[in-house]
Write a protein that binds this ligand. Structure first.
Ligand code: GLU
Length: 445
């Protein structure tokens, strides 16, 4: 790496010594944009990269709440407001025991470029807590959300910072968060959160958007090779919102999804995933994938295992960061994998990406492939601002167009960088340029 870029990276490592995920995300972007930075003197002169790797604001706060037995629990809340150069900070909230500052910062950093690629005028941010909603009663989740929002409410707003869902934060949590925000502010400021209920400002197709967008992106990639998804075997990890709607759209396009997983294990269903049952277990009962397997005649539950040893052509990791490692990638390639499309944020380790690219697999990074979720959040904000409620097709068609545009932008940028079909370079360079050019125009802030 160029000495000046290495220095900026090392300075970021020195400043954030206990944040491996954040360092990983920064490194990946610098590696991709190095040729651009060496060429564009303006970016170096304005210290664009050094400014970009430092969030505009990082908030950490105590969240104290009472469980059903009146025992008091203390969690830590986060909101990292990474970049407002393109619009209000925008990005989800993650409630999961693994959450720490490193994870929220890597997500916020990635979000900034992802949101830039959508071209919807949204900055980048991310937040969350190490609170674990699993096994908690609805009332406990409500009290936690109210306590969390009591602090968060001072820092957000429809024109300032607009949180949404992520792992552990779905329609139920957004409802409780919105209710508390409204109580504290005495205002119905609809655009302050996205992923809202359909009866009070939410957008049709938001729930489906991330998974649908991932599959739309995969289809565009395959069409470059004059192929489509019909008849292909799809290996999906995860069983949350992204996984469910990726499976739905893949099945609509004639593919066969064979796997799902959660933190306890993996399910291989040779008959293809039964979507209605999956929705019943996950969305209605809030159950585990083992319960899905119990109700399917030929499905196999593999406790403690991942899905990566099941053969398939299309790989869609939709669970969490660093879930697909080098050895998993070698197994997938040996079993005939052709294309890897990231539904989760940063699910491939750097080693796994390198192996996939060296084997000439088509690979799409999350900041391009899963941008459909946040893009549709921006469509929700637009509807709220206009006091409108668009029908499903209108939102879904816009989503498809946005995903096509991101795909084209990645391809064209990769070409310009002399790296045809390198979606990683395409996404990183294109996202970086949009943010960097806006920063140049807005001066030193
Ligand atoms: N959490 C999602 C993401 O990673 C969506 C964020 C949003 O809708 O603001 O992009």
């Amino acid at each position: 790496m160029d000495a000046r870029l290495e220095e900026i990276y090392q300075e970021s490592v020195r400043r954030n010594p206990t944040e491996p995920e954040f360092q990983q995300a920064v490194r990946e972007v610098i590696d991709s944009v190095e040729p651009l930075l060496l060429r564009e003197k303006d970016y170096a002169d304005a210290s664009i990269l050094a400014r970009m790797v430092e969030p505009e604001r990082q908030l950490m706060f105590r969240v104290a709440w009472e469980d059903d037995e009146h025992k008091i629990h203390i969690n830590r809340g986060y909101r990292v407001q990474f970049s407002s150069v393109l619009g209000p900070y925008k990005g989800g909230l993650r409630f999961h025991p693994s959450v720490n500052l490193s994870i929220i910062k890597f997500l916020g950093f990635e979000q900034t470029f992802k949101n830039a690629l959508t071209r919807q005028g949204i900055g980048g941010g991310k937040g969350g807590s190490d609170f674990d909603p699993h096994g908690k009663s609805d009332m406990e989740v409500m009290r936690f959300c109210q306590a969390f929002m009591t602090e968060l409410s001072r820092h957000i707003g429809a024109d300032c910072d607009v949180p949404a869902g992520d792992i552990g934060v779905g329609a139920r949590e957004i409802g409780y968060l919105y209710g508390q925000y409204k109580r504290l502010t005495n205002r119905n400021e609809m655009g302050v959160l996205t992923g809202k209920g359909l009866g009070w400002g939410g957008s049709l197709a938001r729930k489906e958007a991330t998974g649908y967008g991932v599959v739309a992106f995969a289809l565009s990639m395959l069409q470059e090779r004059n192929e489509d998804l019909a008849g292909k075997k799809v290996i999906v990890s995860g069983s949350g919102n992204v996984a469910i709607y990726a499976i739905e759209r893949a099945q609509l396009l004639g593919a066969q999804a064979l796997t799902i997983s959660d933190s306890s294990g993996a399910v291989y269903d040779p008959d293809g995933i039964d979507l209605e049952l999956l929705k019943q277990v996950k969305e209605v009962e809030r159950g585990r994938v083992s319960e899905y397997a119990q109700r399917r005649p030929h499905a196999e539950y593999r406790p403690g295992k991942k899905v990566w040893d099941v053969p398939g052509e299309v790989i869609m990791p939709c669970a969490t960061q660093n879930e697909l490692r080098s050895s998993d990638m070698r197994t997938l390639i040996a079993n005939g994998a052709q294309i890897v499309v990231e539904g989760a944020n940063m699910p491939l380790t750097p080693g796994a990406i390198e192996i996939a690219q060296r084997a000439n697999l088509l690979y799409a990074p999350s900041k391009a492939a899963n941008a459909g979720g946040v893009a549709t959040s921006a469509l929700e904000m637009q509807q709220n601002a206009m006091l409108q409620h668009w029908d499903f097709d209108k939102v879904n068609n816009r989503l498809d167009r946005i995903m096509e545009d991101i795909h084209t932008t990645c391809l064209e940028t990769a070409d310009k960088m002399g790296r045809p079909y390198d979606y990683l370079v395409g996404a990183n360079v294109a996202g970086f340029k949009i943010v960097a050019d806006a920063m140049l125009e807005q001066g030193i802030i």
